[in-house]
Write a protein that binds this ligand. Structure first.
Ligand SMILES: [Zn+2]
Ligand SMILES: [Zn+2]
Length: 172
């Protein structure tokens, strides 16, 4: 597993102070349940950690690229992921009950944040990856990828309602 660390010693006791981190880390592929996702690029994490006296307030930005499979045409494509998030970090001694539920609880100045980053990435993923808004998907009849070449299935299919109407009209 990756080991993404930051050290907040610089702001821990300084109210109003902030510190920025700019990290580039390789993440290993992971199982999403529906497919194995791998990273096509390292994960770029930018953090601004601000001591607000109550908490360490974190503004984060994550950029990376994933290898994903299109849910319509089943081709592999590069899915760029860019997200922003806000997080609260608090040292255990200062944590109130509600913060214990939502904040990242710190025990020392050096913090491993890979899980927190990974969580943000997973939460930002779509339910279904689509390679492009114009993706034509696979033909339900012959299975051809309609983005590559149009197939001729369905060209002679007539809407049954129109067929019934045509029949009815021809009675006159
Ligand atoms: Zn597609
Ligand atoms: Zn077809």
């Amino acid at each position: 597993m990756n080991n993404v660390k930051v050290n907040v010693a610089q702001v821990r006791y300084r109210e109003g102070e902030s510190v920025c981190f700019d990290l580039v880390e390789d993440f290993s592929s992971f199982d999403l349940g529906t497919e194995i996702l791998s990273f096509q690029a390292p994960v770029h994490v930018q953090l601004q950690v601000n001591n607000t006296s109550k908490v360490l307030l974190v503004h984060g930005k994550i950029d990376t690229k994933l290898n994903a499979t299109c849910g319509l045409c089943l081709e592999t494509f590069v899915y760029p992921l860019s997200l922003s998030f806000q997080d609260e970090w608090i040292f255990r001694a200062q944590a109130t009950d509600d913060l214990l539920e939502t904040a990242l609880i710190l025990d020392k100045d050096e913090i491993e944040i890979n899980e927190r980053i990974f969580e943000q990435i997973v939460l930002a993923l779509p339910m279904k990856f689509i390679c492009s808004a114009e993706c034509q998907g696979l033909c339900p009849t012959c299975g051809a990828n309609r983005n590559l070449a149009p197939c001729h299935c369905g060209e002679n299919d007539i809407d049954p309602r129109l067929a019934a109407l045509a029949k009815w009209q021809s009675k006159d």
